[in-house]
Ligand binder design. Sequence first.
Ligand code: NAP
Length: 287
Amino acid sequence: MNFDGRSVLYGLYGYPVGHSVSPPMQNAAFAAYGIDAVYQSFNVEPAALAEAVKAIRSPGMGGVNLTIPHKRAVVKYLDKTEGKAAASGSVNTIVRRDGRLVGYSTDGEGFIRSLREEAGLDLIGKKVCLLGTGGAALALAVRLRREGVGALVVITRQASRDKIEWPTGVVSALEAVLTYEMVQADPKTLADCSLIVNATPLGMSPLEDAMPEIPCDVFRSGVVLYDLIYRPARTKLMCLAEAAGATVMNGLGMLVYQGAASFELWTGQPAPVAAMRIAATNALYQS
Ligand code: NAP
């Protein structure tokens, strides 16, 4: 594809934006449909975010993704937020529609689609444990609640649950908010969890040797461990859980499906998920 003045520009705003998989993944999606568009990463310092968002209003731009540290900070510069973004106060996709900037969160959608397509897990009435209370964990809590999970147990380093900015609707689903020390002392709290989600950076490069300190006997056959980390492909926690008989998944599926949901918002077309997955896998693991 030759890019010229008619090509539409999409991008990723982050700081530092680093070595992201989103450009190869989204460019593979545009290429699969012959869409005249290009996607690239932009290193946007927090102080430059307002100006960078204004740029999305220019005619050549179609929209952007947001990553750390902009997901929450960007909300005040938008004309509107929709659905899960409105509930969680976190935006990872901006669409320019009729001259207005509309914010969405596709993280939860990506996670649920990955669980459904790759693990076939039915969440209704199930107990789910979330490790961490960062942007990803809280976005997933909103989505899990809407999917009809029976109860959420959240493990955090925070001494008080009042320190956490719980999104609308999540508090009523909380069965317990515990510290790692509390869970180690009383592992029974996690005994009937069907799904355990690592939403902390522990295990992610360069913290490959680290893992969240939860009792390993929670892992057994019938339990799914979903580690949001995709680099490395297998974390220490995943290896341990698998050895104990649990089903393990890394964050690649969520990454692909959240990108697919962004593509669908921008173009109105079903995303070429297989092409996006190949591009993401090559970018992550073949280099
Ligand atoms: P974040 O906002 O920085 O939150 C991470 C949370 O992890 C923190 O709020 C903290 O929760 C906990 N944490 C941080 N350092 C810790 C430590 N040393 N020990 C124990 N807990 C710690 O990050 P995020 O955006 O939510 O992302 C979390 C993870 O998900 C990252 O690994 C990220 O790469 C991954 N992710 C993957 C995808 C995907 O598509 N696969 C998408 C988004 C994020 P407490 O203070 O409550 O302990």
